[in-house]
Design a protein. Structure first.
Length: 191
């Protein structure tokens, strides 16, 4: 799995999902955050300094979503150009040895990113909640499209969206559940 980190996000500089209609919320989904609660959560990271040397581009807010061991399992770096293009405060890309790329976009919410990401997904889309042993919980959306396999996720109350991307030539042979399994075993914070 590999990718740059912007799939499903609007690189034109507009707020991701701003021009897309949000799909209805199913019974097992959390309702999208209201604009005022999204702004409040984004404010939680405002004023947080950029990552310091040795933090590999991951700010304190990003590390809450990435988990404490990602820096030992992946090579991470900041990507200010991608952050600017997406309207995020900051973006960090983490590349795992198996070529999987996970991006963290600080200042964005799943409710903002999901409509655009769903446009990249065809067929079955897997949506569910997750919870770690440490009590962190949130929601994810996973699907496969002609260009990539994509899982986007966010923890409740943390204004950072994570994306797991598979742009390998064999990505179309994968199922959304394969992305979910990778997330649960490799990326999910606290695991």
């Amino acid at each position: 799995m590999r990718g740059r980190g912007g799939a499903g996000l609007d690189p034109a500089g507009a707020a991701p999902g701003a021009h897309h209609k949000t799909p209805p919320v199913a019974a097992n989904q959390s309702a999208p955050a209201s604009p005022s609660s999204s702004a409040a959560r984004a404010a939680a990271c405002v004023g947080v300094q950029a990552a310091l040397p040795g933090e590999n581009g991951l700010t304190r807010c990003m590390r809450r979503l990435s988990g404490p061991s990602i820096q030992t399992r992946a090579t991470c770096s900041d990507d200010p150009e991608l952050a600017k293009a997406l309207g995020a405060l900051r973006t960090a890309l983490c590349r795992f040895p198996d070529k999987t790329t996970v991006a963290f976009h600080e200042g964005l919410t799943l409710a903002q990113v999901e409509p655009g990401a769903r446009k990249d997904m065809t067929g079955r889309v897997e949506t569910d909640t997750w919870r770690t042993r440490t009590g962190l919980s949130g929601r994810y959306v996973a699907g496969v499209g002609p260009k990539l396999g994509l899982l986007i996720y966010q923890a409740d109350g943390i204004p950072v969206v994570g994306t797991v991307m598979d742009t390998s030539p064999s990505h179309t042979s994968r199922r959304p559940q394969d992305l979910v399994q990778y997330f649960q075993q490799t990326v999910q914070p606290g695991e």
